[in-house]
Design a protein around this ligand. Structure first.
Ligand code: CUA
Length: 344
């Protein structure tokens, strides 16, 4: 098929517009939800500053190098009638010196900035200067313990806005990595070792994150939510967690049946619910569960139907989940899911 040059230009222009839109629009969700370039606290701010300053330094270097390359290619190209090699030069001391020293200076500048910030980011704050939260990675969920308030929860980390939070990180099984991009970079959780990182949220909000170290089948669904709350709301959350409502009244027949079934079905050998004598330590602590927005490590919303689906067949909801399918009859599933909805 013959294509006129005008038509071809039109096609190229249209292709360029589509490519530009595809590249710029595909970045939209990323830029807002889980992007280190959209920092929401001082740690992420420092890291974003290092990323962007390195980026612009590299852009300037690229611009200089490519301009020199294009100029050289055009100026010293073979001319018509020219035979053999042009005069060969090498070992220009001034040029050699320039292109050895300049990159060294640029790298040294980048290194100084990085080292300076590493000391700020690497500081470990004692409990008197920051809220301490012990974070334990499990296949495939997160355990958060607040030693100062005697609270244990899972997957949803509550923190007060404008306060430093020192995360004390370890793992119960394999390596995981804590990563909430808008609050800070990744830190590994390693069995038998304790790592530290601090975070702080500047504004209230929900910040999403995920495990960033491949840890098994459920790795991709090992999500984190950080709920940064104004101090008063955070204090109210601590208060509610410290006085959990855990045993439904007998008048609430279905929920009370669920409370009994929870032990009969064996759930209590893995899960703790403060305020009851259920104190299993294998799975997530379920105290105050109705407070959580999501279940299954933030995979699905915390609704009655989703809790039922989860208890009925965990692997169908989250491939690789280590919670066993107990093959419970549906009436027991419903009772337990209803009971869990009363925990507040
Ligand atoms: Cu935990 Cu990947």
């Amino acid at each position: 098929m013959l294509v006129s040059s005008k038509h071809r230009r039109h096609l190229i222009r249209r292709g360029a517009v589509v490519a530009f839109l595809a590249i710029s629009l595909s970045g939209c969700g990323f830029a807002t939800a889980q992007s280190p370039l959209n920092p929401a606290g001082p740690v992420a701010q420092i890291q974003a500053g290092l990323i962007t300053s390195s980026f612009w330094i590299m852009m300037i270097v690229s611009a200089v190098v490519f301009t020199a390359l294009v100029v050289a290619v055009i100026r010293f190209r073979a001319r018509p009638g020219q035979r053999g090699l042009p005069p060969q030069t090498e070992g220009n001391n001034r040029v050699e010196f320039l292109w050895t020293v300049t990159p060294a200076i640029i790298l040294a500048l980048m290194m100084i900035g990085t080292i300076k910030e590493s000391f700020v980011l690497g500081k470990i704050y004692p409990a008197s200067q920051a809220l301490q939260v012990d974070v334990t990675g499990h296949q495939f969920w997160w355990e958060f313990q607040y030693p100062s308030a005697n609270i244990t929860t899972a997957n949803e980390l509550h923190i007060p806005v404008g306060e430093k939070v020192e995360l004390v990180l370890t793992s119960a099984d394999v390596m995981h990595s804590f990563w909430v991009p808008r609050l800070g970079g990744k830190t590994d959780l390693i069995p038998g070792r304790t790592n530290y990182m601090w975070i702080e949220a500047s504004q209230p909000g929900i910040y999403h994150g995920q495990c960033a170290e491949f840890c098994g089948t459920g790795h991709a669904d090992m999500r984190i939510t950080v709920d940064a709350e104004p101090p008063a709301r955070y204090a109210a959350w601590v208060q509610s967690m410290s006085h959990p409502v855990s045993i439904p009244p007998k008048s609430n027949t279905l929920a009370y049946q669920g409370y009994l079934d929870f032990a009969a079905a064996g759930c209590s050998s893995c899960h703790t619910i403060a305020g009851t004598n259920y104190n299993g330590a294998v799975g997530p602590n379920l105290t105050d569960l109705s407070d959580r927005l999501m279940i299954a490590a933030n995979l699905i919303p915390n609704t009655l139907a989703n809790r039922e689906a989860w208890i009925h067949d965990p692997q169908a909801v989250k491939p690789g989940a280590l919670m066993p399918n107990l093959h419970l009859p549906m009436n027991e599933v419903r009772a337990i899911a209803t009971y869990l909805g009363t925990l507040r």
